[in-house]
Ligand binder design. Structure first.
Ligand code: KG4
Ligand code: ZN
Length: 347
């Protein structure tokens, strides 16, 4: 079962080939190609939807060719074509969905529209030591922050989510304020290494409330106030300290809520996915927290933390292998820019 996966929901064009290994009982990545639009949007300080869609149009076909060549495979070996159906930017999603359905029609192969967050959620199954069900999942990306209970492929129950900004957004907005460019998460994390997280007192919103919800908008405001106080002559050390403070505040909240979710569900396995799961401080803190419960934290392979085609192909392969859904010879497509995961694949 060889699946071509296409991701185009935001500013990354991702293509990958994944198959199911009955021997290993997990998906196997054969090849992948990725084009990041970070430079394209850099001047604007954020993603410009129309530029994103146009760039996906240019990149997709060459990336599909490149991926097949890398795997030394031909299109007729494909069993299905999977693409991100949502959530994401409507125009960007349409490019991937359109190309996927056209290609599948030409090859007379079935298609499957995948929920972007299900892709992130299942991406740790591409690792050499995949988790087993059930587990709690912490999804932390530029657009989402969610805790979910996962009982199997397609069996996802939302435990809590952000009521305002996402964790990645908190990283990005703080970084932007501090002149660290876009997307600022990785830059802010790098700067944190030389900073003292205790130098500035920053809030940890909702950390001790009874719910498993998150809120990061207040943190951004606190960072803005601090940054203004430091003024134009801010020293390199203060800058690093503030970066470390922001990272620590976000990580503290994510760790605390993840632990609370594990305890509430009586589980000790945590799967962490989405772009922010690349953050090393978050990784080590969550790994230690899970160990303290006698469990383990699972992460996607480092290269698959941010958006990519492999997670989309893997989600399709897992849905088929677990008998949740089969790919359909249906070439009409629609996209779901807003699409709660709990409602995915209902209709
Ligand atoms: O999952 P993703 O690639 O795209 C969305 O679906 O949103 O996540 C991108 C987010 C951005 O906010 C980016 O700043 C953040 O992931 N990110 C990081 C790191 N690497 C990526 N945030 C903190 N530390 C990192 N090392
Ligand atoms: Zn994503």
């Amino acid at each position: 079962m060889l699946v071509l996966g296409i991701e185009s929901s935001c500013d990354e064009t991702g293509v990958a080939l994944v198959s199911w290994s009955p021997e290993l009982g997990q998906p196997v990545l054969h090849a992948q190609a990725l084009h990041s639009q970070v430079e394209l949007h850099g001047d604007y300080g954020g993603v410009v939807p129309e530029l994103a869609s146009r760039d996906h149009v240019h990149r997709l076909v060459p990336l599909v060719r490149q991926t097949l060549a890398q795997a030394r495979m031909t299109p007729d070996q494909l069993h299905a074509v999977a693409y991100t159906r949502g959530p994401g930017l409507a125009g960007a999603l349409l490019v991937g969905a359109g190309l996927s359905c056209a290609l599948a029609y030409a090859l007379q192969r079935p298609t499957m529209g995948i929920h972007h967050l299900e892709g992130h959620l299942l991406s740790p199954f591409l690792d050499t030591q995949p988790p087993s069900f059930p587990f709690v999942s912490l999804l932390v990306s530029g657009g989402h922050t969610q805790l979910m209970r996962v009982d199997g492929v397609g069996r996802y129950a939302l435990l809590g989510e952000t009521i305002d900004d996402a964790a990645g957004e908190a990283f990005d907005k703080s970084a932007k304020l501090m002149g660290l460019g876009y997307p600022g998460g990785p830059a802010l994390a790098a700067l944190s290494v030389s900073g003292d997280a205790a130098a500035f007192r920053l809030p940890r919103p909702l950390m001790h409330d009874a719910t498993l919800d998150f809120s990061f908008a207040g943190l951004k405001t606190a960072v803005m106030t601090q940054w203004r106080k430091l003024g134009e002559t801010v020293s390199a050390q203060d800058r690093a300290n503030l970066a470390a403070g922001v990272q620590a505040a976000i990580v503290d909240v994510l760790v605390s809520k993840s632990l609370a979710a594990l305890k509430r569900e009586g589980l000790s396995r945590l799967v962490v996915a989405g772009g922010v799961s690349a953050n090393l401080s978050l990784r080590s803190r969550l790994a230690a927290a899970c160990e303290s419960l006698g469990g383990r934290a699972y992460f996607p392979p480092a290269a698959l933390c941010t958006d990519n085609g492999a997670m989309i192909a893997a989600a399709a392969v897992l849905r088929m292998a677990h008998g949740v859904e089969s790919a359909q010879p249906d070439y009409r497509f629609d996209v779901r820019p807003r699409w709660p995961l709990a409602q995915a694949h209902e209709a």
